[in-house]
Design a protein around this ligand. Structure first.
Ligand SMILES: Cc1cc2nc3c(=O)[nH]c(=O)nc-3n(C[C@H](O)[C@H](O)[C@H](O)COP(=O)(O)O)c2cc1C
Length: 199
């Protein structure tokens, strides 16, 4: 399909989606975990419980295929989420640490962001000046040093600002309520433009 054809398809989906459940939101959370009710979901929901107008979506509810060099999977659900990202002001990724890295669900999604540099360039460019955050859980007291950089660097690649990470150890999720509330205030301040961006 031509670039124009891809854009037409994207626009068709945007208008089609207006009548469905996915509505534009200033603060978009994207959860990628192998458990819908696991630690990362619990921590993310603790944060989002303080953000009543935000939307937290779960990658497990979407069919997103791995990146394909010839964009064979262009008609799956990826562009629906990318469109939500383009309409948000802040994007909050939420992933557990699986083998020192992001979850498989999140990695597939991140690989598909490549589509935003190829067949959906206007969507990729629309991410400029948004702010990205990360919510993460893991078995250790601190996340691996290499865990945050793929999120932060990808955000910067798309000219987004990096807002920071809220991390909680799996054994401490239930006592992370206060840090979740503080993190939510930071996200809210960034989305509403009340916080001066550092980078
Ligand atoms: C497949 C898998 C790999 C994991 N790898 C790590 C790891 O490398 N480092 C770590 O600290 N915890 C690791 N853990 C523990 C999880 O990060 C931790 O239990 C997390 O809170 C689980 O979140 P979830 O309930 O959203 O899956 C792993 C767990 C699983 C299931």
């Amino acid at each position: 399909m031509s670039d124009a054809g891809d854009l037409a398809e994207w626009l068709r989906r945007v208008f089609e989606r207006r009548s469905q459940a996915e509505t534009p939101t200033d603060i978009l959370g994207i959860l990628g975990s192998s458990r819908n009710d696991g630690d990362t979901s619990t921590l993310a929901q603790a944060v989002f419980s303080h953000l009543p107008d935000a939307q937290l979506i779960n990658l497990n509810d979407y069919a997103i295929a791995p990146y394909h060099y010839h964009h064979r999977h262009r008609h799956d659900d990826f562009i629906n989420i990318a469109t939500l990202m383009s309409e948000a002001k802040t994007i909050v990724f939420a992933s557990p640490v699986y083998w020192y890295s992001m979850s498989g669900q999140m990695k597939i999604f991140f690989d598909r962001l490549t589509d935003l540099t190829e067949i959906y360039k206007p969507v990729g460019k629309s991410l400029k000046n948004k702010t990205a955050f990360l919510i993460a859980t893991g078995g250790t007291a601190k996340p691996p040093a290499a865990f945050e950089p793929p999120f932060a660097e990808t955000a910067r690649y798309f000219d987004m600002h990096w807002g920071g990470t809220l991390y909680a150890q799996a054994s401490n999720i239930s006592s992370a309520g206060e840090s979740a509330a503080i993190f939510a205030r930071k996200i809210e301040a960034m989305a509403s433009g009340r916080m001066i961006r550092a980078a």
